[in-house]
Ligand binder design. Structure first.
Ligand code: ATP
Ligand code: MG
Length: 442
C-alpha cells in the first residue's frame, strides 16, 4: 500500500525466512493521515545479528547502528531503513531511557511500549494495519492519548511529556483529559531529561501548526523547560500598543512568523527581558526600555544550556538584540541594515519585526505593518539593483587608496567612510566620482 519498494523488500526477506516484520510508528500514522512520511522504521522478530545476516545474504548493505537496542540500518539505493528487533523495555530509572531492553518475539509488547496510540500501530502488506490501542480512532478524532496508564508512562520516560506537546502542535490534535492531567502532574520530571532531547522536541513543537495554542495551554510545562519565561506569564503591558500580556504576546508572535525553527525560537525568546526592565510611569503606562539587549543576554544563556550550535545561538541572540532597533518603521534605512548585518540577517530581522507587530494591538499597527511590507520590497529592489552594501561592492578598492597615498589603518577607515556615504546615497558608487571625492578630501 504505502510502503516503498525497498521497505517491502526488507520485510519480504525477513518474512520469507519465518520472521515477522512490520513498518511501525510515525510512518503508519502519517500514511493514515495522508501526509508525506519521513523515515520508514521497521520492527522485526529476528534478532539483530540474524537480521544482518539475512539482509547481507540478499545483497543489502547493513550497518550496525545500535546493536544494544536491537537496531541495524539497511542501506539500499541511497535510502536507509532502521530495523529494530521487537522489544519490551526493561526498568526505567530517573525517568529516562530504560536501563535494559528485552527482545521479544511478538509485535504486541513492542507496540505496548510506544508512547501514544497514534504512534503505536504497525503495518505490512500481509496483515494490514495492526492497531491494538485504538490509534486509528484517535487519529480520526485528533487525539493524543498515552498507551497504557499515562502517569506511569511519563514517570518511565519524561521526554514523552514534551513529545505529547510536540504531536499536539504538529498534528493540531487535542491531548486526551487523563493524559493531559498526567502531563501537568509529572512535568517536573522533565528536569531529568537531557537538554538536547528536550530542545529537539521543543523545536518541532514551535514549528507545528498549533504552536500558539500549545504554548498557551501548556505554559506551565514550557516554564519547566525554560524557567526564564515564567515571569512573562502574567506580566501585564499597560500600553496602548499592546492588548496581550508579555507571554501571550510572545506566543502569538511565534504563530505570526514563518514556521522556521530559527525564527520561531527567536520569537519565543524575543521579549524575555521585559519583566526585568518593566517600569510604570505616573500615568500608569508600562515601559520596557532596553528589554531587547537584556533579553538577548538571557536568550544566550538559555541557548547555551540547550547546547545549540554557535551559529544558531549567534543568529537568535543577534535578532533579539536588534529587534527593537527597527521599532520605528520610518527610521529603517534598509541599505544601512544590509551593510550592518548582511542580507540573511536583514531579511530575518524584517520577518521578526513583522511577526512582533502582528501580535500587538491590531487597532494601532496598520500603518507599521504596511510600512514593513514596503521595506521588504525596498530590500529586494536594492538587492536586484546590485546596490553596494559591502566594502567589496565598492567601485574602488584598497589599491586605489594606496595609489592615492593612503596606508595602514587609514585604508580600511576610508573605505568604510565611502561605503557609509554610498549606502546613504550621498555618493555614487562610480569609480571616477569616488576618486574625485578622495582627491578633494586629501
Ligand atoms: P517523526 O515523523 O517526527 O519522526 P515519529 O513518530 O517517527 O515522528 P520518532 O521520534 O522518530 O517519532 O519515533 C519513532 C517511534 O518510536 C514513535 O512513533 C513511537 O512509536 C516510538 N517512540 C519514540 N520515542 C519514544 C518514547 N520516548 N517513548 C515511547 N515510544 C517512543
Ligand atoms: Mg521518525
Amino acid at each position: 500500500m504505502f510502503l516503498t519498494e525497498n521497505a517491502n523488500k526488507i520485510i519480504g526477506i525477513l518474512t520469507e525466512n519465518g520472521y515477522r516484520a512490520y513498518a511501525v510508528g510515525g510512518c503508519v500514522r502519517d500514511f493514515l493521515l495522508n501526509v508525506p512520511c519521513g523515515d520508514i522504521d521497521i520492527a522485526a522478530s529476528s534478532l539483530p545479528d540474524k537480521t544482518e545476516t539475512l539482509l547481507k545474504k540478499a545483497g543489502i548493505k547493513v550497518i550496525e547502528t545500535g546493536l544494544k537496542h536491537g537496531t541495524v540500518t539497511a542501506l539500499i539505493d541511497g535510502e536507509s531503513y532502521e530495523i529494530t528487533t521487537f522489544r519490551k523495555d526493561g526498568d526505567y530509572k530517573d525517568s529516562r531511557r530504560p536501563d535494559s531492553v528485552e527482545f521479544v518475539s511478538e509485535i504486541e509488547s513492542d507496540l505496548g511500549r510506544r508512547d501514544f496510540t497514534v504512534n503505536a500501530m504497525a503495518y505490512n502488506n500481509t496483515d494490514g494495519i495492526i492497531d491494538l490501542f485504538g490509534g486509528k480512532e484517535d487519529l480520526k478524532n485528533g487525539i493524543i492519548r498515552a498507551v497504557g496508564e499515562p502517569g506511569e508512562r511519563f514517570k518511565e520516560d519524561a521526554l514523552r511529556i514534551m513529545r505529547a506537546l510536540r504531536f499536539a502542535s504538529v498534528l493540531g490534535f487535542e491531548i486526551e483529559e487523563i493524559t493531559k492531567k498526567a502531563l501537568f502532574e509529572n512535568a517536573k520530571l522533565l528536569c531529568n531529561i537531557s537538554y538536547e532531547r528536550i530542545f529537539a522536541e521543543l523545536t518541532k513543537l514551535l514549528t507545528g501548526k498549533n504552536a500558539v495554542k500549545v504554548l498557551l495551554e501548556y505554559r506551565k510545562i514550557i516554564g519547566v523547560v525554560i524557567p526564564e519565561l515564567i515571569p512573562c506569564f502574567d506580566c501585564a503591558q499597560n500600553n496602548p500598543w499592546h492588548i496581550y500580556n508579555v507571554y501571550e504576546h510572545i506566543a502569538r508572535s511565534v504563530g505570526a512568523v514563518r514556521a522556521d525553527a530559527e525564527l520561531r525560537l527567536t520569537m519565543l525568546l524575543h521579549d524575555i527581558g521585559k519583566p526585568i526592565v518593566k517600569t510604570t510611569d505616573e500615568n500608569g503606562v508600562d515601559h520596557f526600555k532596553f528589554h531587547a539587549a537584556v533579553g538577548a543576554d538571557i536568550a544566550e544563556k538559555i541557548l547555551k544550556r540547550f547546547k545549540v550550535s554557535n551559529e544558531l545561538r549567534d543568529k537568535v541572540t543577534a535578532l533579539i538584540r536588534f529587534h527593537q532597533s527597527v521599532e520605528n518603521v520610518d527610521e529603517i534605512r534598509i541599505k544601512r541594515w544590509l551593510s550592518k548585518i548582511g542580507v540573511e540577517y536583514t531579511r530575518a530581522l524584517l520577518e521578526v519585526r513583522t511577526a512582533d507587530l502582528k501580535a500587538h494591538n491590531p487597532a494601532k499597527t496598520g500603518y507599521e505593518l504596511k510600512r514593513m511590507e514596503e521595506i521588504k520590497q525596498e530590500l529586494e529592489a536594492a538587492l536586484n539593483a546590485g546596490d553596494a552594501f559591502r566594502i567589496s561592492d565598492l567601485a574602488v578598492n584598497g589599491n586605489d587608496l594606496i595609489a592615492l597615498g593612503y596606508h595602514g589603518e587609514k585604508i580600511g577607515e576610508k573605505l568604510k567612510k565611502i561605503l557609509r556615504l554610498v549606502v546613504d546615497d550621498k555618493l555614487k558608487n562610480e569609480r571616477e566620482e569616488i576618486l574625485d571625492f578622495l582627491k578633494k578630501e586629501k
